[in-house]
Design a protein around this ligand. Structure first.
Ligand SMILES: [Fe+2]
Ligand SMILES: [Fe+2]
Length: 330
């Protein structure tokens, strides 16, 4: 289904079209308000957004007066007469406009009119998310590989333990977005990332209750000394994030200049988080090259992480175990 949006300037067309596209709808803006072709809109059946001149001037400084707006309405008369949905957006937030339009679309498709749930795939398609994740790397890798891996692990932790599928999807979304705050600063990136994720998810039309779960999880994954699981999604995110230790994360190309973090990460040849629902045990299995880094180095660096993992596993009703080179250490 193609969705064409027409309306007067400042009525919210661009914001609506961007949000609809991010949600996977084929949405287009038809600039009928500027066209002398009266039926340009007819290329696609339109939704019509309207607002008053007072609202227009409140939304942004417009370089034209009310007469210009009346002229736009005149050009739009035909489109309005034939539109599937007419909305006065005065007093409406962008989220309320989006919700009203999506409800109408879903009803037209024969559904119940409910907003379809926001998925990880929809989040991945938001261009700004891709940019933030690509820009968020520092001395260890926090880019797309880490984001996707944490999303997968967080999802699998909840799915394998029998939590609801929707909760597992929220864990995947939290896992994918959890480090976007790194573009602001490594310091407090959990909290800044939570606020950034809030904006992204709200624009995608995610319900407030789900947003609260996801941003709470992102804001609680860091710092390691005080991060604490606040919900199931948060616990799954912590387990996914803190178990990602691997030589591919080392950014320093000069082995002679490795610090202890580089050395430990580089020594890890294989890592796997095993979830055993029957035993209620979550085990981090590592294969470490002890010629590069002794096991003690691992503990020196990752003790706080292991404590966080234990708290997270416990939150999900499980024990946390650590196995290095097939020797159970915790
Ligand atoms: Fe982080
Ligand atoms: Fe991370």
């Amino acid at each position: 289904m193609n969705i064409a949006v027409v309306g007067v300037c400042t009525s919210g067309k661009t914001t609506l079209v961007n949000s609809l596209k991010a949600m996977g709808y084929r949405a287009y803006h038809v600039a009928q308000e500027h066209s002398s072709v009266p039926r340009m809109w007819a290329l696609r059946r339109p939704d019509f957004l309207d607002c008053s001149y007072e609202t227009a001037t409140a939304r942004r400084a417009v370089p034209w007066g009310p007469k210009h707006m009346e002229e736009q309405r005149r050009r739009l008369e035909d489109a309005r007469a034939h539109c599937d949905l007419y909305l006065r957006t005065d007093g409406m937030t962008p989220e309320a406009v989006l919700a009203a339009v999506v409800t109408a679309i879903e009803k037209a498709k024969g559904g119940d009119g409910n907003m379809p749930p926001v998925t990880l795939e929809a989040v991945k398609k938001v261009p700004e998310v891709e940019t933030y994740i690509n820009r968020g790397n520092d001395y260890t890798e926090h880019g797309p590989r880490h984001a996707s891996l944490v999303a997968n692990i967080a999802h699998n932790v909840l799915a394998r333990l029998g939590f609801p599928q929707r909760e597992a999807e929220l864990a995947a979304i939290a896992g994918y977005l959890h480090d976007i705050g790194n573009i602001v600063s490594r310091w407090s990136h959990g909290q800044t990332g939570a606020v950034m994720a809030f904006t992204v998810l709200r624009e995608l039309g995610m319900p407030p209750d789900e947003i609260a779960t996801v941003v709470g999880a992102i804001g609680s994954h860091d710092p390691e000394e005080s991060g604490y699981p606040v919900n199931n999604v948060s616990a799954a995110l912590i387990l996914g994030d803190k178990s990602d230790v691997h030589r591919t994360r080392v950014r320093n190309p000069d082995q002679a200049a490795f610090d202890i973090h580089d050395r430990v990460n580089y020594a890890v040849e294989h890592s796997f988080l095993r979830v055993d629902d029957g035993r209620k045990a979550i085990t981090l299995e590592l294969k470490i090259d002890t010629k590069i880094s002794p096991v003690m180095d691992y503990f020196e660096i990752f003790l706080t992480r292991m404590v966080m993992c234990r708290r997270a596993a416990s939150y999900l009703g499980c024990d946390f175990e650590l196995s290095i080179n097939e020797v159970r250490l915790l």
